[in-house]
Design a protein around this ligand. Structure first.
Ligand code: ZN
Length: 122
């Protein structure tokens, strides 16, 4: 629309907008955490909003928040709402709401507990 280099301006704005949306996502997840006890359905809604922001702004879900919801049914997952199993460097979390699995890798060697004497080192 504007005559003065619209391409550059758009890129700058997108950078700012993404920064703001990251802050909003953080805020939504902290709200989800607060509301979970009294209104778990609100937590799910906040997760939904946060995911939609990601889609819209074309950013990735923040890494530390990725594990806090089920990507299949979109529900907010507290440790009590999931089952965690470790096997061969893969964390498998089962969502107790929809029963589907979320898998992500982990490196067992990094944790000090796994290096306790007597434990097998593979
Ligand atoms: Zn689920």
């Amino acid at each position: 629309m504007a005559a003065l280099s619209p391409r550059v301006r758009r890129r700058k704005d997108a950078f700012k907008a993404r920064e703001i949306s990251r802050q909003r996502i953080e805020r939504l997840f902290s709200l989800a955490d607060e509301e979970y006890v009294a209104h778990p359905e609100r937590s799910d809604r906040y997760v939904g909003i946060a995911r939609r922001i990601c889609t819209r702004m074309r950013i990735r879900m923040l890494r530390h928040l990725k594990a806090k919801f089920c990507k299949h049914c979109g529900s907010y997952l507290l440790p009590s709402a999931r089952r965690v199993r470790l096997k061969d460097g893969i964390i498998t979390e089962t969502c107790l709401r929809c029963g589907k699995h979320l898998r992500r890798p982990y490196s067992p060697a990094k944790s000090k507990r796994s290096l306790a004497p007597g434990s097998p080192v593979s």
